[in-house]
Design a protein around this ligand. Structure first.
Ligand SMILES: Nc1ncnc2c1ncn2[C@@H]1O[C@H](COP(=O)(O)OP(=O)(O)OP(=O)(O)O)[C@@H](O)[C@H]1O
Ligand SMILES: [Mg+2]
Length: 323
């Protein structure tokens, strides 16, 4: 049996740090001797460019999704030892339409993934999902063991989370993926200068308890610059606060995954499974959720530095000023 764990990085909200978290966490896990594969399942191909790989027409998961190719044949080595990538291409957007015609449209990616799992050559496969709950994301969630939801420390964060927990429930109870669990929530783009960021983090922790990773990711200019240089933060600015945060996140990830006590949501965790109803979630029909890919803006000014410099394990600093 394969020991590879498949983890989807998903949030229907755009610009919350899905790609940044998938790529940088994968890089630091590779540094810690984990065999890693990132599959870029977003036609925007941001994970592909963030890892310094040129988009090439015809090279993505597209053909394998349509049973016209094999995923292992699309694997590319990145500049980081132990970190491989299956790239994306803009044409992948067409897969949404092609797959929709298929009878087992939720299971196409699961089927495509089978040969990679059979090889058992990776410790973790991370799937970077697009900012929608369309066919590609639902295929990723059907194929995944668990899900990591990056959440921006922003107004309405809980609303987005309630939609995601509803989706997990639908996939579990509807039978598409009865084993799907929530690995955790990673709070991103934390700005210590705003009271809002702290309040959002507290609220999310109140509802999701230990499902929220203790390590949070600060908003830093370096993290936003790194993708345009095609480098994970580990190579671009290894000493900066962004790098420290993702390094700490990788350590916490491994600690949680190695701990016998880690029991993700849905496997009888020690906290109550978060219920969408508790924060007013509406039933969500996968086929009717529309794309939300506008990158979110924040009330806070884009930072130059994070004022309250966090030190691992990145407990929330007290906001010194309000904006
Ligand atoms: N901690 C951070 N500090 C500053 N900028 C960040 C941080 N994390 C991500 N960004 C930037 O914010 C933007 C959105 O991040 P990212 O692409 O990771 O989000 P996403 O959820 O994958 O977006 P999409 O929904 O479009 O796929 C990018 O320009 C990225 O470089
Ligand atoms: Mg993305």
């Amino acid at each position: 049996m394969s020991t590879t764990r498949v983890i989807a990085f998903a949030n229907q909200k755009g610009g919350v740090g899905k790609t940044t978290t998938a790529v940088n966490l994968a890089a630091y896990l590779a540094e810690r001797s984990q065999d890693m594969l990132v599959i870029d399942l977003d036609p925007q191909a941001n994970a592909t460019s963030a890892l310094g790989i040129e988009k090439q027409p015809g090279h993505s998961a597209y053909a394998a999704l349509l049973e016209e190719g094999q995923l292992p044949g699309e694997v590319i080595q990145t500049a980081i030892k132990g970190l491989d990538l299956i790239p994306s291409e803009p044409d992948l957007a067409g897969a949404e339409i092609d797959i929709a015609q298929s009878e087992h449209y939720l299971h196409c990616f699961q089927k495509a993934l089978a040969p990679l799992l059979a090889e058992d050559r990776y410790d973790y496969i991370f799937i970077d999902c697009p900012p929608s709950l369309g066919i590609l994301t639902s295929n990723a969630l059907t194929a995944a063991h668990t899900l990591i939801i990056p959440v921006q420390c922003e107004y309405l964060a809980l609303e987005g989370l309630s939609i995601m927990t509803r989706i997990i429930e639908q996939l579990r109870t509807g039978g598409a993926n009865p084993e799907l669990t929530l690995d955790g929530i990673v709070m991103t783009m934390f700005d210590g200068r705003t009271r809002l960021a702290l309040q959002v983090m507290e609220e999310v922790k109140k509802h999701f308890g230990e499902r929220v990773y203790e390590t949070f990711i600060p908003r830093t200019v370096r993290l936003s610059e790194a993708p345009s240089f095609g480098q994970p933060i580990m190579l671009y600015d290894p000493r900066g606060t962004g790098a420290q945060a993702y390094h700490a996140l990788a350590k916490e990830f491994l600690r949680r995954h190695r701990s016998a006590h880690h029991s993700p949501f849905g496997e009888g965790g020690t906290t109550d499974p978060p219920s969408p109803e508790r924060f007013g979630g509406q039933a969500t029909d996968l086929s009717r959720v529309t794309r939300d890919d506008g990158h979110q803006t924040t009330d806070a000014t884009e930072d130059e530095t994070v004022k309250a410099e966090p030190t691992p394990p990145f407990s929330p600093p007290v906001a010194e000023t309000e904006t």
